[in-house]
Design a protein around this ligand. Structure first.
Ligand SMILES: [Zn+2]
Length: 146
């Protein structure tokens, strides 16, 4: 900040004054930059103390990213793990029905998105066509007319 502008007697004095003003402007900008960097360093130190993601990579190393507050994983791995639908092995009509029920509850709980649910539903429908309706057929043979 320039407090006052003295009476200048020659162009050299004027050039010196302009140079000093420019230096003051640069100094003020550098002070602001230093303050911003100091604040960032404080945030980095705080981030480094944060709990780390519990995900272990296939090479045995841990993820290393900060975990989301209150969760064991970082944002990426929390989403990646949440995106995995939990479905049973499809081996008969009952497990298919269980898978459909679990799929519905995961959609309702917003654990998986609608597009993933549509794909899984098509897979489950395909799996259902691949094995005979053995449970119902055996029941129908035992109790005809049901
Ligand atoms: Zn992670």
């Amino acid at each position: 900040m320039v407090a006052f502008i003295p009476h200048l007697n020659c162009t050299q004095e004027s050039a010196n004054l302009i140079r000093h003003i420019d230096e003051n402007v640069r100094l003020t900008e550098m002070q602001a930059d230093a303050a911003r960097r100091a604040a960032n360093l404080k945030y980095l130190k705080k981030a480094n103390r944060a709990k780390r993601c519990a995900h272990m990579k296939s090479n045995g190393q841990s993820c290393g990213s900060p975990a989301v507050r209150g969760q064991p994983y970082c944002h990426f791995h929390a989403q990646a793990r949440g995106a995995t639908a939990e479905l049973p092995v499809i081996e008969d009509q009952r497990s298919l029905q269980l898978a459909l029920t679990k799929l519905a509850s995961q959609v309702a709980a917003k654990k998986i998105d609608a597009e993933q649910a549509r794909i899984l539903l098509r897979i489950l429908e395909s799996a259902g066509r691949n094995f005979p309706n053995s449970g119902n057929e055996a029941l129908a043979r035992k109790f005809p007319g049901i």
